[in-house]
Design a protein around this ligand. Structure first.
Ligand code: F6R
Length: 605
């Protein structure tokens, strides 16, 4: 989703800005742009193609300057079009880039139009540009401060103005923004990754902060204009985008990285201990009596999968909420509830909002499951567990999901141990299942050639149904989500027992029905559901455990999985569904790593 890079350098800042944008590309965008101050006026280049093309145009034009701002835009207000791409100017004096959504932009627009401002774009950002211009009286930071005090919604902005060429001002509320410092140079970015080429010293701004960057140093003030101290932190360089190696796409590479990612997330022989989650008091979890899991999309499905573990292993009532729903609904808070926001990026606006909402209700036992140690959700949480998936570039989440599941399973066992429901023998058994997971996943990945053959068939359809039962129902949901987001085939996941309550009406001989069939206590019931589909001539594709006793018959195609893997079986069963979606998308020729309309880091509501 939208990305910001800005800075005031002691050299031509444009290459830094463009490299920063390139590093943020994986988040998804539909336009990009850069502006610098040169010869006393702002100059910009905006593009509806990729950062690579923007770079070419910038070189051709010879765009150079020491002060600049740049942006990748994921359209919210106004279509992807050049006039809506950032940077946005006001009166050719103020230049701004913006992430987030301004909720009261229409009311502000009416007022500003009344004051004579003309609008050249459909963006909410232009309102901020004009507002800053209207308040500008020789002090950019003060004009920004006054302007943002009128905004409702979320924003991270970087601004320069033609009258103060050696100054860049940033502000944030609800959307992330960091300062990067390199001697007399200072930069702003929505993610430290964007600046990892120029610095490892960062200041994370907090909501309401305004940052004033100049060659004289960096000043941070709060919304009242009072100076505030924000500590600078040295970060080990975030890993840069890795090479594709032998793989065609990052998604395929990331699917195949899962055996390593899960073993890094829970190294062999680790203890199931509260310290794994950053709790110093071994009794930290003892009083927890309820769990609230928060997440969106794939992270929500990992929460749904884990609910079964928390209830069966740790015997704790567990509530799963979609972040964007939870934050606006009346709920009954619990003093001893452990609130667990789950997020690959750690920047998802809905999940961050849901976490803060949970905290505002007095629930302060918070534990983030996240793949990015420096992210807003981790910083906002009391405890955290950082999954070791490594950077996930493909927009469709794969290894982040399975490592989240490992983290949640480890948390369930840790809580079960703390509450006396898991004895030493069970603990040893769970540890050995986790230790063997990596090898088991390699066995599943070896099925890729058979899955490719199925993908060629599924690629010809417009619609598919995914079925699972119990802890594998969320895996069916995840399989359907993967297929729809990258192949654009309409797909729905259902608990298999629900089929006869409606969706069965969709089943014809043209409908592929993909089933995840572990050899668990629900297998016989699932087999009956499969028969219901076959009786309507539906085309059934089953991923069945080797000991599930299912084999190829007419109308029934079976790929044999390894033998049943116990409580961790959902982690094994999601891999073939990821591969099926991936190869179906490749067959249909879609842009697998950057599917249309989607972004990797969803920083707006
Ligand atoms: C789907 C996918 C999304 C994310 C969702 C939450 O493949 O990646 O559904 O899971 O946008 O993102 P995070 O986990 O970063 O909070």
């Amino acid at each position: 989703m939208c990305g910001i890079v800005a800075g005031i350098a002691e050299r031509n800042v444009v290459p830094v800005l463009l490299e920063g944008l390139r590093r943020l590309e994986y988040r998804g965008y539909d336009s990009c742009g850069v502006a610098v101050l040169r010869d006393g006026a702002p100059h910009r280049v905006r593009s509806l193609t990729r950062v690579r093309s923007l770079d070419r145009e910038v070189r051709e034009m010879g765009l150079e300057g020491w002060t600049g701002i740049a942006h990748t835009r994921w359209a919210t207000h106004g279509a992807p079009a050049t006039q809506n791409a950032h940077p946005i100017f006001s009166q050719n004096e103020i230049a701004i880039v913006h992430n987030g959504i301004i909720e009261n932009f229409e009311a502000l627009k009416i007022t500003l139009s009344g004051a004579g401002y003309e609008f050249a774009s459909q963006t909410d950002t232009e309102v901020i540009a004009h507002l800053i211009h209207s308040y500008y009286q020789g002090d950019l930071a003060e004009a920004v401060r006054r302007a943002v005090s009128e905004l409702r919604g979320a924003y991270a902005i970087a601004v320069f103005c033609k009258s103060e060429p050696e100054r860049v001002v940033g502000a944030r509320y609800g959307s992330p923004l960091v300062i990067g410092i390199n001697g007399k140079e200072s930069f702003l970015a929505s993610d430290p990754l964007a600046l990892s080429d120029v610095t490892d010293r960062f200041i994370f701004l907090q909501d309401g902060d305004i940052a004033d960057l100049s060659h004289n140093g960096t000043r941070v003030m709060n919304r009242d204009g009072q100076p505030v101290v924000r500590e600078a932190r040295t970060l080990a360089h975030p890993p840069t985008e890795a090479a594709l190696g032998p793989y065609r796409h990052f998604m395929q590479k990331e699917i195949f990285e899962q055996p390593l990612a899960v073993s890094k997330t829970f190294p062999r022989n680790s203890a199931f201990d509260a310290s794994l989650f950053g709790a110093t008091d071994p009794q930290a979890f003892a009083q927890i009596d309820r769990i609230l899991l928060l997440g969106c999309g794939t992270s929500h499905y990992s929460a749904l999968t884990a609910k079964a573990w928390f209830e069966s292993i740790a015997k704790i009532p567990t509530q799963v909420e979609i972040s964007s729903e939870y934050r606006y609904r009346e709920t009954i808070p619990g003093k001893n509830t452990l609130v667990v926001p789950i997020s690959q990026s750690g920047e998802t606006a809905d999940t961050l909002g849901a976490l803060m909402h949970a905290q505002s209700l007095g629930q302060d036992h918070t534990l983030a499951i996240c793949n990015v140690a420096t992210s807003a959700i981790v910083r906002q949480s009391r405890w955290s567990f950082i999954t070791q998936a490594g950077p996930e570039i493909g927009v469709a989440s794969t290894k982040a999901f399975t490592t989240q599941l490992v983290a949640l399973f480890v948390l369930a066992v840790t809580l079960g141990r703390a509450r006396g429901y898991v004895d030493a023998q069970q603990e040893a058994s769970y540890r050995s299942q986790l230790s063997g997971l990596s090898t088991a996943l390699q066995g599943v990945l070896a099925r890729e050639p058979q899955i490719i053959a199925w993908a060629h068939e599924i690629a010809r359809t417009d619609s598919a149904i995914f079925l699972g039962r119990g802890s594998h129902f969320p895996i069916a949901l995840e399989g359907a989500l993967k297929l729809k987001e990258i192949s654009y085939i309409h797909a729905e996941g259902y608990p298999a027992g629900e089929l006869k309550h409606g969706p069965l009406a969709l089943v014809t001989d043209a409908m592929p029905v993909v089933v995840t069939a572990p050899n668990d206590g629900l297998l016989e019931k699932l087999k009956s559901n499969i028969q219901e589909v076959r009786a309507r001539r539906g085309q059934v594709y089953v991923f069945a455990d080797a000991d599930a006793n299912l084999s190829n018959e007419e109308g029934l195609r079976v790929i044999q999985m390894p033998e049943y893997y116990g409580a961790l079986s959902p982690i094994l069963h999601v891999l073939p569904l990821q591969l099926l979606a991936y190869h179906t998308a490749c067959t249909r020729g879609t842009d697998v790593d950057k599917p249309r309309n989607l972004a990797k880091s969803v920083t707006v509501e």
